[in-house]
Design a protein around this ligand. Structure first.
Ligand SMILES: NC(=O)c1ccc[n+]([C@@H]2O[C@H](COP(=O)([O-])OP(=O)(O)OC[C@H]3O[C@@H](n4cnc5c(N)ncnc54)[C@H](O)[C@@H]3O)[C@@H](O)[C@H]2O)c1
Length: 364
């Protein structure tokens, strides 16, 4: 019997389509090697380009396709100088997260080579943790509010609901249970100052009781920023609210090579979107300079999440191919000090991927 997986592909804006096309190419390459698995790729135009053409950044047909899909692969959306009349950027990726209730932004951070980190004394595998960002509320709640520029103040509130906090904490403990590490979940909060964070911590502690095999601890967000730079090896899984997660995930990307090395999966109960953590990088778009590794690693996360034995094997093979290419520090794109283009580094990954698939796929 063939298992057919419907994957919606949203290239988006800037470097989004450039990196997304390369991951689609790897998916097509993997297809014939997988027994009883078929990828049905469904491409939709979304983002600034689509907004300029039709006035809608996320057309209903694209949203419906995402809702009905097995998974969504997304490049990046938005451009800083294209805005709605209310002054805010076009950000359909945030609409998708909220409408599909993609509550868990899962962001694995891994160092593949000592030359990729600005931190001294760290080698491949020494930095290896997952940051889980609550993605439906927190300080992003109220993002629809419009600032009154004539008023004396502007206020945004932090919203933490029991439902959202519980499910993101539960997801984080489940991830820790599956990982081959210390099996620890650290709540990153600001419970010394904000009552919403006292509430989040209370719920985290309640959920922790259901996972007696996992260590649970708390770190204030300011200290977490310090520890990420001073002793990142202490983290296994971190869970935090939306805005803290937004900021810390860029810092975390910075210690393993930058935004081009930071994959992510936005996980919901009935849908999931896989995309690099970076944006559309308009400063380098259209020049073949984009680092596609975060997109490829997000694709591997998607294959793993699809949960079929063969897609999991493909995920392991893709991870192994990326690790294989990165084991040689001369194979890098410009953002990491190298000379390879988006296509050239994917060519190398593609070559290694064939070998990994033939040898059965090695987990990295
Ligand atoms: N999920 C998303 O779709 C998403 C996420 C973040 C930002 N954005 C949007 O993207 C636009 C640009 O945002 P920004 O400049 O703050 O962040 P950005 O991540 O696009 O770029 C930040 C810096 O990192 C570099 N960079 C990012 N990804 C790279 C890659 N794969 N390879 C090489 N270099 C890379 C860029 O060249 C730039 O110097 C904005 O409109 C923003 O709203 C979208």
């Amino acid at each position: 019997m063939t298992n057919s997986f419907r994957i919606v592909v949203l290239g988006g804006d800037g470097i989004g389509p450039e990196v997304c096309d390369q991951s689609v190419r790897l998916l097509r390459q993997m297809q014939p090697h997988l027994d009883g698995v078929e990828f049905e790729l469904d491409h939709h135009s979304v983002g600034v380009g689509q907004y300029k053409k039709t006035g809608e950044a996320l057309p209903p047909s694209a949203f419906d396709a995402c809702e009905a899909s097995d998974a969504v692969l997304l490049g990046a959306m938005g451009l800083p100088d294209v805005r709605y009349p209310n002054g805010k950027e076009i950000a359909p990726q945030l609409d998708l997260r909220e409408k599909l209730q993609l509550y868990g932004g899962v962001r694995p951070i891994k160092l593949y080579h000592d030359s990729d980190t600005p931190l001294k004394g760290y080698g491949a595998g020494d930095i290896d943790f997952v940051l889980v960002r609550e993605s439906t509320e927190g300080l992003f709640y109220g993002r629809e509010a419009v600032a009154d520029l004539e008023a004396d103040e502007a206020i945004n509130e932090m919203r933490i609901t029991r439902k959202a906090a519980e499910r993101v904490c539960r997801l984080s403990f489940e991830i820790a249970r599956q990982r081959n590490k210390a099996k620890k979940v650290s709540l990153i909060d600001k419970a010394n100052v904000l009552s919403s964070m006292v509430y989040f911590r209370h719920i985290f502690d309640e959920v922790a009781k259901d996972f007696p095999d996992i260590t649970a601890d708390h770190v204030y967000v300011d200290a977490a920023a310090l520890f990420l730079v001073r002793r990142p090896q202490d983290f296994d899984v971190m869970v935090t609210e939306n805005m803290f997660g937004d900021i810390l995930s860029d810092l975390a990307a910075g210690i393993v090579g930058g935004m081009g090395m930071a994959p992510s999966g936005d996980i919901g109960e009935t849908a999931a979107v896989f995309q690099p953590s970076h944006g559309s990088a308009p400063d380098i778009a259209g020049r073949g300079l984009a680092n596609p590794i975060a997109m490829h690693l997000s694709t591997a996360m998607m294959l793993d999440w699809l949960g079929h034995g063969e897609t999991k094997r493909a995920a392991a093979a893709l991870h192994a191919a990326v690790a294989d290419v990165l084991s040689d520090p001369s194979r890098r794109t410009a953002d990491m000090g190298g000379k390879l283009s988006t296509v050239e580094i994917t060519d190398l990954i593609s070559g290694s991927l064939d070998r990994q698939l033939q040898s059965g796929g090695v987990a990295s």
